[in-house]
Design a protein. Structure first.
Length: 87
């Protein structure tokens, strides 16, 4: 499977247990920009449908800010900034 297919499978497996909180770490790592955009749209849809709250750790800040409701910026293990994402 491609990297994008693996990420989609990981999200699907995570949702099978119908969790209240789905934690995703660097979901776009190693993916093409086109597939990254698709993955972020899937995450947005999951959250919009109320299926699960998403806790996303991501270095692609622009994409993460577009789909998030609230943002926390951590440095050296501590929260330095927090607030609404402004999407």
């Amino acid at each position: 499977m491609s990297g994008g297919e693996q990420q989609m499978l990981a999200i699907g497996r995570g949702l099978m247990g119908m969790p209240h909180l789905l934690m995703l770490d660097e979901i776009s790592l190693g993916l093409s920009p086109l597939f990254s955009a698709h993955i972020f749209q899937v995450i947005r849809d999951i959250n919009a449908r109320g299926i699960s709250t998403i806790f996303l750790v991501e270095q692609n800040v622009k994409m993460a800010l577009k789909i998030s409701h609230r943002t926390y910026v951590c440095k050296e293990g501590r929260i330095h900034l927090e607030g609404p994402s402004g999407n």
